[in-house]
Design a protein around this ligand. Structure first.
Ligand code: PLP
Length: 420
């Protein structure tokens, strides 16, 4: 019999513990580098100007009501989300090979895809899901919660602070045929390291050779580089190569709609004879609808309405692209600024560097998106927190969004002091 008394206490999510400690710290110059959301130059949340506009348009609509959305979501939204991720001229969309469901942001999209694969994958047991090492911590529990086995593929090289492409390829080659491979479409979380186009092609070749299934998680389109097409390149490449694939898409970061939970799950069938792939896609959509119904019934309306207004209006869309460039541009500036400050300090006093590999900070600018894997050790992270009141996860990941023109000198001084 079930007894609530037997339920053990779960460990605290390390990120939430970090956030709590930061909030409780009374030190005036404290810095939050754990934050997973964009902050402006004053460390404040930023409502995108185009989102403010869309909000006004939405509120002035006399037809607006609070009815349920369809199970698959707002059609103008899911249609625009498809075009955004695959490209407006995508043959997959044209051929009717894409099934799209509005989800509870990116998390809900990953979950819906995981649940679908757990339930409908023809192999029993279902194939193992390969996650990058490291990855967004939530991937582990989302896939295991639906009963799938998980394994790791090497991703980050501690030596180069870049991609371990050899380790990645050899592990995918050795993985059982037909494995599920989760790929971060851009701005890899937590490392900020993305494959080059050439490396993506090598990854695609191995996935093809082994009959693996590529599962894309795209939480940072446009936020990473400021260019929506560039950040979707890997997904579009795989689709152009005729892979059957799926994509979890989030509008949390690129619209700053974190709490509104606007996302989408796309299933892209392989390009068989057009009629066959349309039937396949329709069947998949019908099953996704049942899963969606049992999980959330209908997705939330507000965030999707905001995104839909912007995505479907060329003028607002252009303004959104400008906002994306503002966010990604500020982050790129902070990357460069931090690197320059650290290198200048190291150059000015090269007498007592403790760890030679920490003399090079080029990875700060070659990594992309919200996060950077600094290479700081757990003990250095601890000193940064206890002595300098600078908070980051213990793997040395920093959120570039937490750095601004007011604290960048302080952060550089602190990091410089702990690497000596
Ligand atoms: N996937 C990755 C890799 C992420 O970094 C995030 C957010 O941090 C998500 C998915 C999902 O975020 P959300 O559910 O807020 O869209």
């Amino acid at each position: 019999v079930f007894s609530a008394a037997n339920v053990p206490q779960a460990p605290e999510d390390p990120l939430f513990g970090l956030m709590r400690a930061y909030r409780q710290d009374p030190f005036a110059k404290k810095v939050d580098l754990g934050i997973g959301a964009y902050r402006d130059d004053h460390a404040k949340p930023w409502i995108l100007p185009v989102v403010r506009k869309a909000d006004e348009i939405l509120r002035s609509d006399p037809e607006l009501n609070h009815e349920y959305l369809p199970i698959a979501g707002l059609p103008q939204y899911t249609g625009a989300a498809q075009k955004l991720i695959l490209g407006a001229d995508s043959p997959a969309i044209h051929d009717g090979r894409v099934a799209t469901f509005q989800t509870i942001s990116g998390t809900g999209a990953v979950h819906l895809g995981a649940l679908f694969l757990a339930k409908f994958h023809p192999l029993r047991p279902a194939p193992t899901v390969y996650l990058s090492d490291p990855t967004w911590a939530n991937h582990n529990q989302i896939f295991t919660n639906v009963g799938l086995q998980i394994a790791k593929y090497p991703y980050f090289s501690a030596q180069t602070k870049g991609l371990d492409i050899d380790g990645l390829l050899s592990t995918l080659l050795a993985a059982p045929a037909g494995s599920i491979i989760v790929l971060h479409a851009c701005a890899h979380n937590p490392t900020g390291v993305d494959p080059t186009h050439d490396q993506w092609k090598q990854i695609a070749t191995v996935i093809r050779e082994r009959g693996h299934f590529p599962f894309f998680d795209c939480a940072y389109q446009g936020f990473a580089s400021g260019d929506l097409a560039r950040d979707a390149w890997a997904i579009r490449y795989f689709v152009s190569q005729g892979f059957e694939t799926c994509v979890a898409q989030s509008f949390a970061k690129n619209f700053g709609l974190y709490g509104e939970r606007a996302g989408a799950f796309h299933w892209i069938s392989a390009p068989d004879a057009a009629a066959t792939s349309q039937v396949t896609t329709g069947n998949i959509a019908s099953q996704l609808a049942i899963l969606q119904r049992s999980e959330i019934s209908n997705p939330p309306a507000y965030g999707s309405r905001i995104a839909s207004i912007v995505l479907n209006d060329p003028q607002l869309f252009a303004e959104w692209e400008e906002d994306l460039r503002t966010m990604s541009g500020r982050i790129a500036e902070m990357r460069l600024g931090l690197r320059q400050r650290l290198e200048a300090r190291i150059l000015a006093d090269s007498s007592n560097i403790i760890n030679g590999s920490q003399a090079n900070w080029a990875h700060i600018t070659s990594q992309i998106g919200m996060f950077s894997f600094t290479g700081l050790s757990e003990s250095q992270v601890k000193v940064l927190r206890e002595k300098w009141h600078i908070y980051m996860t213990k793997n040395g990941r920093i959120s570039m969004a937490g750095i601004n023109s007011h604290n960048i000198d302080y952060v550089a001084e602190a990091i410089d002091s702990v690497i000596r």
